[in-house]
Ligand binder design. Structure first.
Ligand SMILES: Cc1ncc(COP(=O)(O)O)c(C=O)c1O
Length: 407
């Protein structure tokens, strides 16, 4: 996979084992892991309740094409936690987004979607659009794509309420899909009033709102959505939702679900374009139930938040001490240092702030000091298993790297 070679090391680190927030390679090197599988292991490697659930389920069958009792429990857990009543299961966040967008188009009868510049929602064709010099283009680097994706995807800058309003005015957009915070470029936080305007404008124009919480679930047990009172029509969460077992969930509001049921009455039975055979298997249900009940707890999130604040303050102090024109951004347990002044307002600014060569040098310096951070931008996650001593080691490794750079 390309991201196994995207790391700053000249060859991938081959892992022998990982536990909690520690990773050991086959040469016996031990690293403090702040990458945590780029969020898939945000709750630590092999959280004990999930490992137990996997062991239990391993003796009862791994895939049936039928629900287990865990499925019933999980439905209630998801509804209580995220506030949407109807849920479906997929195996990746990519698929969950694809299926939710399909439902959005089905119920609105509109063929367009809207994304924000700098977004990433997985390998979802209709989101693979960028603004280049202010013009929408297919994302450079996209393989085997002959369609002009900009025909059906509108794109505006995050935090640009005027551009959003203009793009929705034609009432031809089925759905706006967004993360609450842009985390797949250098981190861009929403400006005050942005989410309120987004919800108001989507409602006024009959456009659905899909919130992709796959990364921002770092905010708290109910994600950014719960913490900030967002009211999405569709909701997606993948990566850590089953504690590292591949699984994702997507939820629908009552209104979307009933419109979709009515839409289905008008269709001949047949392929819906949604599925994948191994999705909603009993291993996923068991792992998700354990994650929601025993891992994504208030107590664990309180620990994550506390150490993330410590990391944020420690990194900011180093930046200050060395007089670097950089800044730190954070959404809950997700922290990022950005090698440019901030805060950033949109995807275009985030692209300019990205400094691949400098970042690769820092990542390598950190690896050499026993710390692993995500190879994409400068992302660091705090898990329930992360210890204060690990955060201290990361801050002092970062200070070391900054000293060497400024020298
Ligand atoms: C916000 C967001 N949504 C969806 C995805 C896709 O997740 P997956 O690669 O597990 O399908 C990603 C991956 O990074 C993501 O960051």
């Amino acid at each position: 996979m390309h991201w196994m070679t995207d790391w700053p090391t000249p060859f991938p680190i081959v892992v022998a084992e990982a536990r909690g927030a520690r990773i050991a390679d086959i040469d016996g090197n031990r690293l403090d892991d702040f990458c945590l599988g780029d969020t898939g292991s945000m709750f630590g490697h092999s959280p004990p309740p999930v490992a137990r659930a996997i062991r239990r389920q391993a003796g009862r069958g791994l895939t049936y094409m039928l629900p287990s009792e865990d499925a019933l429990v999980l439905g209630h857990l998801l509804a209580a936690r995220f506030g949407l009543p109807f849920w479906q299961i997929a195996t990746t966040a990519t698929d969950a987004n694809r299926f939710a967008l399909r439902v959005a188009r089905a119920v609105t009868g509109r063929d367009k979607v809207l994304v924000f510049n700098g977004c990433y929602h997985g390998s979802v064709d209709e989101t693979m659009v960028r603004l280049k010099d202010g013009r929408p283009v297919n994302r450079p680097g996209l393989a085997g794509e002959f369609r002009d994706l900009t025909q059906r995807t509108k794109i505006v800058e995050f935090n640009d309420i005027g551009a959003l309003q203009a793009a929705l005015e034609d009432r031809d957009v089925a759905c706006v899909i967004t993360e609450p915070v842009l985390t797949n470029s250098c981190m861009v936080l929403p400006q005050p009033g942005f989410h309120e305007a987004l919800r108001k404008l989507t409602r006024e124009t009959g456009t659905l709102l899909l919130i992709d919480e796959t990364h921002t679930i770092s905010t708290g047990p109910g994600g950014y959505t719960k913490a900030f009172g967002l009211e999405p029509d569709l909701f997606v969460l993948g990566k850590p939702v089953a504690g590292g077992v591949p699984a994702s969930v997507w939820g629908m509001s009552e209104a979307v679900a009933s419109r979709y049921a009515a839409y289905n009455q008008t269709k001949e039975p047949g392929y819906s374009g949604m599925g994948t055979t191994l999705s909603a298997n009993p291993l996923q249900f068991a792992a998700m139930r354990a994650t929601l009940e025993e891992v994504m707890t208030e107590q664990n999130y309180a620990h994550m938040e506390r150490l993330a604040r410590k990391l944020e303050a420690g990194l900011a102090a180093v930046i200050d001490r060395f007089g670097l024109p950089w800044h730190v951004a954070r959404v809950g347990a997700r922290v990022e240092f950005i090698c440019a002044p901030g805060p950033l307002a949109n995807g275009a600014q985030a692209e300019t702030a990205h400094a691949p060569k400098l970042e690769a040098a820092i990542h390598l310096a950190l690896v050499n000091r026993g710390v692993l951070i995500a190879p994409f931008h400068n992302m660091m996650l705090i898990s329930p298993a992360t210890a204060a001593a690990q955060v201290n080691r990361l801050i002092s490794a970062f200070a070391d790297a900054a000293a060497e750079l400024t020298r």
